[in-house]
Structure formats: structure tokens, C-alpha cells
Write a protein that binds this ligand. Structure first.
Ligand code: COA
Length: 260
């Protein structure tokens, strides 16, 4: 895969996507969003890829937001379309992948950058990271799912405060809030992401995909998450992964999941 704005590498079942516009603090322009959609789609289809890490290039930013220079002149219709398209092809898309995605937040994660991290299945951060949704300081609101996912992750009051003040929180505070799971030094960030990914890779990818669908069901309008869990749980019993996992346990050996 050849891209202009992102780098994609694969190593031992884990793929790493690096957003690579360091001179613009990795701001998400339209081209980058499209490339991310293509890259995530190809990695989801590649059965040898069991987990994905996404990070930003350079030591300053994960992603400093949507590219302001691209939408500053937009009309009402164009603004709505920007949000709808981005949510569909990237943010909701990532959240609903069967392949787990870890955001490794290596610096500023602002606006669309924090929204991107929040669309991932979980987040870790380096100690220089700063997170916020500063859109109201530009006269707009978060449009890539931020008003929905931030309250889901940290609760309504904290989300309201962060959005209304257009403030930034540091990595340790984000950990206290439950927004990120771990904080490390900058040097240790990607090794930790790889370590978590390799733990994930040992398990059944089919079961992990089912778990993602069941957890996400709790946040879908009109869907009963318990019913989704029952359905997904039952489906697991028809997989070779389930046969292998239970047989390996009973035979006191490590499972070797076929992924079907
Ligand atoms: N969109 C477009 N360009 C951006 C950008 C964004 N969201 N964030 C940073 N950049 C660009 C800057 O314009 C600058 O480009 P230039 O060198 O061609 O002028 C370059 O990235 C470096 O940013 P700069 O502002 O000089 O770095 P800084 O260290 O002084 O400040 C930030 C860092 C993150 C505080 C600042 O860049 C910022 O506030 N960015 C916008 C954050 C934001 O509002 N995001 C939400 C967008 S909806």
C-alpha cells in the first residue's frame, strides 16, 4: 500500500499506522481521512493482522485536529457533509472494526485527533500528551463523534467542562478520568502498545470481534446489549476457534487459533 499522508507497517500480527504530516502536527485533511479508510479496510481484510496500533509521527503530536485550513470557508451544507462523511468512513468505521485498534497518543490529541483516539477500542498515552476538544474556540462543535464518545468515556459533567472551556488535560489527568488506560514515557509508548497488542494477538480474533460488537451494542440506540451478547456468545460455539480454545485448555496446552 502506497500512501502520501500515512505509513503502514506490519510486524508479527500487529499493524502500525502512523499519521505522517508532522509539519502540520498530523492534522487530518480530507486526503488523510480517505487514506486511513483504505488502510483500515485493507488491514481488517487481512487475516494475518490481529491488532492495529495508530499513532502520530514526530514527538509533538498524535493529531492536532481536523485541518482547519480546509474547512474555514465552508457553508452550512458543506460543514454537515464534512462531519457526516468523516464519521461514516473513519470514526464509526474504526469503532466497528472486528480488529482491535489501540491509539498510542504521543503528543497533542486535539479536536479530530482526540475524536480519532476515542473511536479506537482503547487508548494509551505518553507523559507529554495533551488532550482536548477546542472546537468551540473556533465557533464550531466537535463533529467527528466527540460530543457522544467523550461523555461515554468520562461522564457527562467532565465532558461538558472540557468541551465548554476548550481546555486541554494532560496525560495523567486523562488517566484519572478513564480516557486513557496507561501513561508511559515517550520512549516506552510504542513498546507498551506492542506488548498489549501481542497479548491480544494470542487470543481468538473471532471471539475478540464478537466482544467488540457486544460491547459496542450498549451504545447503539434501540439495541439491547444483553441480547447482542447472548447472540454473539451463541455464535462462538459454532467456530473452530472455540473448539481449539476449549480443547487446548482440557489438553493443558496453548491454543493455536485457526481464526474461523
Ligand atoms: N489544522 C491545520 N493546521 C494545523 C492544525 C490544524 N488543526 N494544528 C496545527 N496546524 C499547523 C499550524 O498551522 C502550523 O503550520 P505552519 O507552520 O504552516 O504555520 C503547524 O501545524 C505547527 O503548528 P503551530 O501552531 O505552529 O504549533 P504550536 O506548537 O505553536 O501550537 C497547537 C500547537 C496544537 C497548540 C496549535 O497548533 C493549535 O492550537 N492547533 C489547532 C488545534 C485545534 O483547534 N484543533 C481542533 C481543530 S477542529
Amino acid at each position: 500500500m502506497n500512501f502520501e499522508n500515512i505509513l503502514v507497517e506490519k510486524n508479527n500480527g500487529t499493524a502500525r499506522i502512523t499519521i505522517n504530516r508532522p509539519n502540520k502536527l498530523n492534522a487530518l485533511n480530507k486526503a488523510t481521512i480517505k487514506e486511513l479508510n483504505v488502510a483500515f479496510g485493507a488491514l481488517e481484510d487481512n487475516k494475518s493482522v490481529k491488532s492495529i496500533i495508530i499513532t502520530g509521527s514526530g514527538d509533538k503530536a498524535f493529531v492536532a485536529g481536523a485541518d482547519i485550513s480546509e474547512f474555514a470557508h465552508f457553508s452550512v451544507d458543506e460543514g454537515g457533509e464534512l462531519s457526516r462523511l468523516g464519521q461514516t468512513i473513519l470514526f464509526d468505521y474504526i469503532e466497528n472494526l472486528s480488529t482491535p485498534v489501540i491509539a498510542a497518543i504521543n503528543g497533542f490529541a486535539l479536536g479530530g485527533g482526540l475524536e480519532l483516539a476515542m473511536a479506537c477500542h482503547f487508548r494509551i498515552a505518553s507523559d507529554n500528551a495533551k488532550m482536548g476538544l477546542p472546537e468551540v474556540s473556533l465557533g464550531v462543535i466537535p463533529g467527528y463523534g466527540g460530543t457522544q464518545r467523550l461523555p461515554q468515556l468520562v461522564g457527562k459533567g467532565k465532558a461538558m467542562e472540557l468541551i465548554m472551556t476548550a481546555g486541554m488535560i494532560a496525560a495523567e489527568e486523562a488517566k484519572d478520568w478513564g480516557l486513557v488506560n496507561h501513561v508511559t514515557t515517550q520512549e516506552e509508548l510504542l513498546p507498551l502498545a506492542e506488548k498489549l497488542a501481542s497479548k491480544i494477538n494470542r487470543n481468538s480474533s473471532l471471539a475478540i470481534g464478537a466482544a467488540i460488537r457486544a460491547v459496542n451494542a450498549n451504545f447503539e440506540d434501540g439495541v439491547n446489549g444483553f441480547d447482542t451478547e447472548i447472540e454473539e456468545f451463541g455464535e462462538c460455539f459454532g467456530t473452530k476457534d472455540f473448539k481449539e480454545g476449549t480443547t487446548a485448555f482440557l489438553e493443558k496446552r496453548k491454543p493455536n487459533f485457526p481464526g474461523n
